[in-house]
Ligand binder design. Sequence first.
Ligand code: NPG
Length: 368
Amino acid sequence: MIEAIEIRTVRLPLRAPFQTSNGVSTERELVLVRIAGGGAEGWGECVAEREPTYSSEHSRGAVDVMRSFLLPRLLAAQVRTAEEVAPALRGVVGHPMAKAALELAVLDLVLRRRGVPLAQYFGATRTRIPAGVSVGIQPSVAALLDVVGGFVDEGYRRIKLKIQPGWDVEPVRAVRKKFGDDLPLQVDANAAYDLADAPLLRRLDEFGLLLIEQPLHHDDLYQHARLAEMLTTPLCLDESVVSARSAAAAISMGAASIINVKPGRVGGYLEAKRIHDLAQAHGVAVWCGGMLESGLGRRANIALAALPGFTLPGDTSASDRFYATDLTAPVTLEADGHVLVPSEPGIGATPDPDLLRKFTVDTWSYER
Ligand code: NPG
């Protein structure tokens, strides 16, 4: 089925620097995979960053692991469906973001050939979903209030604030004071705290947050369970959940009452759907995370987030949140803070060839 493969590294300039507890970015490096076969093409997007600061994966490493270890297995297995991709790649340990990109490219190819939209394949029925937006660490509280005010005016349905030690209680207090108790608000620490910070984190309880996301280190499942007992704010895990197995462990230990589902972090959209199903069966809410995807990955996330268990707004903001120019037709925000679930076959968009050429910094290709 696979006749040709192209792996491209692209760099998209960000409209404004994006700061988290892991550092500041001014551009987004992404790896795109194009697989052609049977007169159709499919696209996948690898969300590994240029530097391994969020997880151990990074874009140059992802390209290498695809070329050296994943593609040879994919080709040898002669996969014909997306369901066959993860089993074909199981022999390689780790590298979930690289694996997810290949699985998505195969899935997109198969669905385009069948004329089936991704959301329909997942079993999603919603045609639009409420969008949340993630707000980076700002140089001052005044700057933060301006930025949040802009997103509230645009209609975003919930705000997520990035926090880190020294930028937590005061910015949250200021946003609550200015925008009121009805604004759906949550915070994300990207693993910046220790269990010893529990008294500080407990001070966030008074602000009625939807959740605190990943306060502790990614392998601190036990400590998250202890912390959860000390807080009234629900604990949500991101970095710690790398598979349906770790999601099950987190739920049964009481380490998370909410899960951020990111397909790249868990090795693909099929595993992400399994986490949705598992969480739903246990009454645990999930929401769809974001990793500054282009219009390809973003559309795929929106299709996933249209499943019924995604009961909280996700990081599914529109293209213009991060990019002046997206690679595809932009994902847009409707007047009431919703984004539309793509209804075209597969992911529902392809990159514009001229923009793709303009933003590509490296290409590798293979033909059978
Ligand atoms: O809307 O795509 C978005 C950004 C959401 O804050 C966001 N993502 O830790 O969840 C995160 C963070 C992130 C971005 C992590 C890029 C890693 C890479």
